[in-house]
Ligand binder design. Sequence first.
Ligand code: NAI
Length: 394
Amino acid sequence: MFNEEFHLEQPIRWGMVGGGRGSQIGYIHRNSALRDRLFTLCAGAFDVNEERGREFGVNWGVAPERCYPDYKTMFAEEAKRPDGIQAVSIATPNFTHYEILKAALEAGLHAICEKPLCFTTEQAEELVSLAKKQNRIVGVTYGYTGAQMVHQARRMIQEGVLGEIRIINMQFAHGYHSSAVEANDPGTKWRVTPEKAGPSYVLGDVGTHALFLAETMVPNLKIEKLMCARQSFVKSRAPLEDNAFVLIQYDNGAVGNLWASCVNAGSTHQQKIRVVGEKASIEWWDEHPNQLIFEEQGRPVQILDRGQGYLYQDDEAITCDRMGGGHAEGLFESWANLYRRFATAMDRVIHGESSNVVMDDIWFPNIRDGAEGVRFIENCVRSSDQDSVWVNYT
Ligand code: NAI
């Protein structure tokens, strides 16, 4: 059961770039970081519009002099204070992540960065090296992977309950952008603008979530080659795709497929991961995160429920149960579980441990995982740009 009494000697002094008024993702960052009193929100450059950002921060309760016009000013001014921020979350549109994360690391801050981390593998490698050099933790908000049943699945696979893994079926295919909603929605407009979104739309926006869920459940699979076909059903979005199919060949003979879409009309999310082994399969669906479907060949389907005695009791995931079974937990708890891990890792580095980018005994989506998402997108685009040929994974 969850230990509500766990705390750090001092909560981590934390700032935010982006995530201001009306943003899609700002609230869940704040909710997750502040929930367990492991972070204190001290400063922010919350908005691309200086005045709106300051007003938002002040209304939220941040001291007016610590609501900054931009991230550069925030990093410079906070560095001068004895009580300056120690960590920052970056919740801005994609094209800004690379420069802001780089500046944060150069300023000696720990960071939590939205996906995709940047646009190219070269940039991603540079960021990984910088985090290593600066001995700083970077968490990436693949937010679904804090869900306890995902870790139950990971452990079942690790213990061989499914037998050898053969097939990974991944999808995140919603229908919210089945028509050109971007005409009246700035949050969608930047997503379909290559200079702002990067080389892909749905592959980066939703596909990397499904990919990382699979990587979390089956961490030892390595992609050997892939083939990608992508389409822009709303023509004005070209060259960025609003639908994509990817076929994957792993190096041990297993195969995978991934469907990323925002034009799956009528669908609210449809993020589902199915892992098929030689003896059994499991399936997890983000709209029902408290359940894990377990199907053994020749036996009735079992629905495993969060918080029950038949789950692994010695797993770190079970200690994340904030409520007993039967009470629904969801995305906010999943994110809070990740922020708790980020805080624990950061605190240990603050107290003198060396991070080497990951901490061996705390699992969390780290900068290498973020870099893998960028690599995946790059390989998909390379395949689809050659008329969807198989490409060796580089
Ligand atoms: P949004 O367009 O709704 O909000 C962006 C926010 O960033 C706004 O408050 C804007 O004023 C601010 N901003 C933009 N440029 C800035 C700058 N240079 N300095 C300071 N603030 C700036 O975008 P949304 O949907 O919240 O997405 C933000 C990021 O979060 C994206 O990278 C997106 O991929 C990611 N995201 C991740 C999700 C997840 O599940 N992990 C879910 C939704 C979005």
